[in-house]
Design a protein around this ligand. Structure first.
Ligand SMILES: [Zn+2]
Length: 113
C-alpha cells in the first residue's frame, strides 16, 4: 500500500533499525486518548491514501488488565469517536505476515476517497 519510493525507504529503515520499537521512537503525537494516541506515520500508505496516520497504544506493552481497558476504550470510545468525526475513512490492522511491528498494538488510520 506504499508507493515504491516510500516502500524502499521503509525497507532501508528496517534493515538499519535497531531492535527498538519503531513506534516508540518519539513520533509526533497528533491526538491523545486515555490508552491510545494517534501519531504520524513516517512511511505512509501513500498508494491508497492522502493521509496516513497510526493509532497506537501509549505504552509498548500493557499488563493483561491494561490490555482489557485499552480494548474497551478502542471499541467503545476511540472507534466511535473516529466514526462520528468522519475524518479518517479507513481503519485497518495488518495481520501476521503484513505486521512488521507485532509487539506494539497499532492500527493504520487513513483518509482516502
Ligand atoms: Zn513500541
Amino acid at each position: 500500500m506504499r508507493s515504491a519510493i516510500t516502500e524502499g525507504k521503509y525497507v532501508d529503515y528496517c534493515k538499519t533499525a535497531s531492535d527498538d520499537c519503531p513506534l516508540c521512537d518519539g513520533r509526533k503525537v497528533l491526538r491523545k486518548f486515555w490508552f491510545w494516541e494517534i501519531v504520524e506515520n513516517h512511511y505512509p500508505y501513500d498508494l491508497v491514501s492522502d493521509l496516513s496516520h497510526i493509532l497506537i497504544t501509549k505504552r509498548h506493552r500493557l499488563c493483561w488488565f491494561g490490555r482489557g481497558l485499552a480494548t474497551l476504550e478502542l471499541y467503545f470510545r476511540v472507534f466511535p469517536t473516529l466514526r462520528r468525526e468522519d475524518f479518517y475513512t479507513i481503519c485497518l490492522e495488518n495481520l501476521n505476515r503484513q505486521k512488521t511491528v507485532p509487539g506494539h498494538a497499532h492500527w493504520h488510520i487513513l483518509q482516502a476517497d
